[in-house]
Design a protein. Structure first.
Length: 360
C-alpha cells in the first residue's frame, strides 16, 4: 500500500494559522482586557479574564479571525442577579467607550455590537473579531461558571476551561490523534458546508464522546483514522437521522451534561449527515486506491474530501525530513518517499500551548 503520511503532514501544515494571525490573536485581546480591568462602571473580579474557544484549545484551522474570552463579574446566577440581559447591555455600554480608548493606542474604526451571550468587538483593519463573554465564576475559571443568555434572560452553566483540559487529556491519551482528527474534521466541515454548518463546539462534543466511549487505535495511520472516525460518527448519528419526527441530536456537554445542540435545526442536521456520508465514501475510495498503490487516484480522492489544502506534491516535505537524517544515508524518491537509511537524527522540542494569562 502506498503511504500518504507526508501528504497528511502537509495538509496539517497547510491548516496551521499564519504566524501574523496567531500574533493578532495574542495581541488584540490584551488592550480590551486591560480596558475592562480598569473600568469603574463594569466591576470585574480577579482573575479578570481568560481566553476560551478553539484558539485556547489549540484547535484552530486556517485563518484565525476571532478569539473568545470570558470576563469575570460578580453576582448570583441562580437568582438571576444581576439579570442576564442587563449584564450584556451593561458590558455593551461600557465597551462602547472602547474605540476612543483604543484610538489613543493606534487602533482605528473599532466596532462594538451586542450578541445573545456576548459583545462583539471588531477590528476592521485587522479583519479580526473578539467575542467578550461576561461570566459569573464563583470558584474561578478552572471550575464550572455561568454565562448570560439574553434571549432567555437567565444564566447558563458552562465550563470553557474544562473543555480545554478535556482536549489536553484526550491528546495525552491518544497522542497525535485527537487534536489532528479534530482539526481535520473541522476543516472538512468548513470546506464541504458553506452554509448550515454545525457549530465547532458541537463537533468537539461529538468527538469527545466518541473518543471517551469507544477509544481509538493509536497505531493506525492518519488517513485510516480519519475514515474510521467519520464512519463511526455516521453510525453514531444514524438512528436519529433515520427518524421522521424532526428530532436532532441531543449532544450532552462533555463536562456538565446539558444539551448544547438544542437549536440544531433538522434541515441543517440532515445536510451535515449527507456531507459526512460523502466524506466517508470518498475517503474509502482514497484508501482503496492507496491499497492498489495508485497514488494519483488516492490524492485525487483525498482532495475531494479536503479540497486544495491537501497537497499533491510533497517533495519538499520529503527533502526536509531527509535532511534530519544522517548525511549520505537517505534519498528522496520521485513519489516523495524517503528511502530507508540510518536512524533519524532529531532534536526534541517541548510542546507549547497558550491559553492566555489571566489579567489581574
Amino acid at each position: 500500500m502506498v503511504s500518504l503520511r507526508l501528504h497528511f503532514k502537509g495538509l496539517l501544515k497547510n491548516l496551521q494559522p499564519p504566524p501574523e494571525r496567531v500574533e493578532a490573536a495574542r495581541a488584540l485581546p490584551k488592550p480590551v482586557q486591560e480596558f475592562l480591568r480598569l473600568h469603574p462602571e463594569f466591576v470585574t473580579l480577579s482573575p479578570h479574564t481568560r481566553l476560551a474557544g478553539s484558539y485556547a484549545q489549540d484547535l484552530s484551522v486556517g485563518d484565525v479571525k476571532d478569539v473568545d474570552f470570558v470576563v469575570r463579574t460578580d453576582g448570583d446566577p441562580k437568582d438571576n442577579d444581576p439579570e442576564a440581559k442587563m449584564t450584556i447591555r451593561a458590558l455593551k455600554s461600557v465597551l462602547d467607550g472602547l474605540p476612543e480608548y483604543l484610538e489613543m493606542q493606534g487602533y482605528a474604526e473599532i466596532e462594538v455590537t451586542g450578541a445573545r451571550r456576548s459583545v462583539h468587538v471588531c477590528f476592521p483593519e485587522q479583519n479580526f473579531h473578539l467575542d467578550v463573554v461576561p461570566c459569573i465564576a464563583p470558584d474561578g475559571f478552572n471550575e464550572p461558571l455561568w454565562v448570560p443568555d439574553r434571549g432567555f434572560n437567565r444564566w447558563i452553566p458552562s465550563h470553557p476551561l474544562g473543555a480545554v483540559q478535556q482536549v489536553t487529556d484526550l491528546e495525552t491519551a491518544y497522542p497525535g490523534k485527537f487534536r489532528n482528527l479534530s482539526k481535520l474534521t473541522k476543516h472538512f466541515r468548513n470546506g464541504q458546508m458553506k452554509r448550515s454548518r454545525p457549530k465547532s463546539y458541537w463537533l468537539l462534543t461529538l468527538l469527545i464522546h466518541e473518543f471517551r466511549d469507544n477509544g481509538f487505535t493509536g497505531s493506525d495511520p492518519l488517513p485510516e483514522s480519519f475514515h474510521t472516525l467519520i464512519d463511526r460518527l455516521c453510525k453514531r448519528l444514524a438512528p436519529i437521522y433515520g427518524r421522521t419526527d424532526g428530532v436532532t441530536p441531543n449532544l450532552k456537554d462533555p463536562m456538565l451534561g446539558h444539551n448544547v445542540s438544542w437549536n440544531w435545526g433538522r434541515g441543517d442536521f440532515e445536510t451535515f449527515m449527507r456531507r459526512l456520508d460523502d466524506g466517508r465514501r470518498w475517503s474509502q475510495y482514497a484508501l482503496d486506491a492507496a491499497a492498489k498503490d495508485d497514488l494519483d487516484e488516492a490524492v485525487k480522492q483525498w482532495r475531494r474530501v479536503f479540497g486544495d489544502k491537501f497537497p499533491t506534491d510533497v517533495t519538499e516535505l520529503a527533502r526536509a525530513e531527509a535532511s534530519t537524517r544522517q548525511p549520505g544515508k537517505t534519498s528522496v524518491a520521485s513519489a516523495g518517499l524517503i528511502l530507508p537509511g540510518a536512524a533519524a537524527r532529531t532534536l526534541p522540542v517541548p510542546p507549547t500551548k497558550y491559553y492566555g494569562e489571566p489579567v489581574d
